[in-house]
Design a binder for this molecule. Structure first.
Ligand code: HEC
Ligand code: HEC
Ligand code: HEC
Ligand code: HEC
Length: 156
């Protein structure tokens, strides 16, 4: 029998090992926290104030509708007489600055009308009354909107 196994606390060696593991765990946690939590986090609660500066440094990824006209003059022409003329191209197509600067490298995809059109036109009491809205299920019975309406000039 060793000394450890006698006296008030018997079998203390495994307690010492346990304490060692806990201590190593705490050191690892504090170390990782110092390494991984970014600077500025926590100064105003659960929020990192310098994130605003980081985002302002990112390049703006919208090209603006004038940028599309250079290569897609046919679409600009098609929209001219339509009520959709006021909607920016990227409102439907998404941010396309990369595509604009290099169309071969960054391809644009055609939006799916079946999801796109109801996002603005599905009946909703929160929309202004003058804005044309349809109950998609009754109006087209689930048929894709662009089988009857051309997206760039939707009037029939
Ligand atoms: C520098 C010329 C250029 C500019 C600027 C440009 N595009 Fe394109 N775009 C192209 C080319 C080239 C294609 C590929 C054509 C093809 O494959 O038929 C294309 C394809 C597309 C397609 C996919 C067509 C398809 O048939 O799949 C969409 C949608 C599109 N462009 C939208 C836009 C929008 C919106 C803008 C403005 C934000 C824009 N493009 C700006 C040249 C350009
Ligand atoms: C109201 C939403 C909407 C707006 C605004 C819009 N588009 Fe489109 N566009 C679409 C949809 C939906 C398609 C896909 C049509 C299809 O699948 O054939 C499309 C297709 C295209 C295509 C592929 C070729 C074609 O004619 O089908 C190009 C290029 C394009 N759009 C460019 C533009 C440009 C440039 C503008 C701005 C001048 C613009 N779009 C504005 C919804 C929109
Ligand atoms: C980003 C929102 C938006 C999207 C997406 C959109 N529209 Fe529109 N749509 C409008 C606005 C804004 C008007 C013009 C309202 C006005 O000035 O009276 C309009 C007008 C129309 C009109 C003319 C209504 C009339 O007064 O005769 C039709 C039809 C229409 N859209 C169908 C579609 C179809 C089909 C799609 C999908 C390809 C679509 N819209 C996608 C916003 C949108
Ligand atoms: C089967 C053909 C067809 C399909 C598919 C279709 N529409 Fe129409 N849409 C029409 C016709 C025809 C009109 C004009 C007569 C009317 O007002 O009902 C119209 C009118 C509209 C108008 C103007 C409504 C008004 O009060 O003047 C909007 C907005 C519209 N459609 C949106 C859509 C949307 C969004 C989809 C897809 C969910 C869609 N349409 C699918 C045939 C269609």
């Amino acid at each position: 029998m060793s000394d450890d196994d006698k006296g008030l606390f018997q079998n203390t060696r495994h307690l010492v090992r346990m304490a060692g593991i806990f201590a190593a765990g705490i050191v690892a946690f504090v170390g990782m926290r110092m390494l991984l939590v970014p600077e500025g986090f926590g100064r105003y609660g659960h929020y990192r104030a310098p994130a605003i500066g980081d985002n302002m440094k990112k390049p703006i990824s919208y090209a603006g509708r004038d940028a599309c006209a250079e290569c897609h003059a046919d679409v600009v022409e098609a929209r001219k007489a339509s009520k959709h003329v006021g909607i920016g191209c990227e409102a439907c197509h998404g941010a396309l600055a990369l595509h604009t600067s290099d169309p071969a490298k960054s391809k644009a995809v055609k939006p799916k009308a079946a999801q796109l059109c109801p996002a603005c036109h599905e009946q909703n009491v929160a929309r202004p009354k003058w804005f044309k809205q349809v109950n998609g299920a009754e109006h087209s019975g689930g048929e894709a909107c662009d089988s009857c309406h051309a997206p760039h000039a939707p009037e029939l």
